[in-house]
Design a protein around this ligand. Structure first.
Ligand code: FES
Length: 60
């Protein structure tokens, strides 16, 4: 039996106030960076990811 092992990627996100956040981005959920930022609630609701990551609103 071959069980795929997933690993988290450690990334540092600098928020709009200049604060660094060190987070683990899961690789098994196929999230883009905008979705990772939203999942950690690093930006006020409604200020990022407005178009869902389609590169149309420039919020992320
Ligand atoms: S959510 Fe990133 S550009 Fe719109």
């Amino acid at each position: 039996m071959n069980i795929a092992k997933t690993m988290d990627v450690k990334i540092t996100i600098i928020d709009r106030e200049g604060t660094a956040h060190h987070v683990d981005a899961q690789t098994d959920m196929a999230m883009n960076l905008m979705e990772v930022i939203r999942s950690y609630e690093l930006a006020p609701e409604g200020t990022i990811g407005i178009c869902g990551g389609m590169a149309m609103c420039a919020s992320c």
